[in-house]
Design a protein around this ligand. Structure first.
Ligand code: ZN
Length: 136
């Protein structure tokens, strides 16, 4: 169980993500913050430091996600897993509105939007501005 991420692996993850957060889609060049290489399934839950379990994430998404992998969604009895950047297609679970809001299309999208707080008011304003500037 290693936390170490080699420079080569880091580069692979960043380039594969096209330098954008794999959850909220903000581009790393349009952020003041340094993005993270994130374990999709945390080490604590048995996730490994391998390309299939790593994602590029902005610090807001990564810190909101933490080591969680699922949550409860309104009107659903069981926990619903989060969007998995390696196994799921973003466009099947989410849609960015012109207003900057990220709407969910599935329960997986709903659980991810909720826990990662993808629609924090500041994030919506930021995305709306990026849409206006054609950066998103
Ligand atoms: Zn993000």
């Amino acid at each position: 169980m290693s936390r170490y991420i080699s420079e080569a692996l880091r580069k692979l993850v960043i380039e594969r993500a096209l330098y954008s957060c794999e959850y909220c889609r903000i581009h790393s060049e349009n952020s003041f913050f340094t993005f993270h290489i994130e374990h999709i399934v945390s080490l604590k839950h048995g996730g490994k430091t391998i390309p299939e379990n790593l994602a590029f994430a902005c610090p807001i998404c990564n810190l909101n996600k933490g080591t969680d992998i699922a949550t409860f969604v309104e009107d659903v009895e069981d926990v619903v897993r989060f969007f998995h950047p390696r196994n799921d297609n973003w466009d099947e679970h989410f849609e960015i509105q012109q207003s900057g809001l990220i709407s969910h299309k599935t329960l997986i999208g709903a659980s991810t939007v909720k826990t990662l707080n993808l629609n924090h008011p500041d994030s919506i304003i930021e995305r709306r501005e990026m849409i206006r500037l054609k950066l998103l």
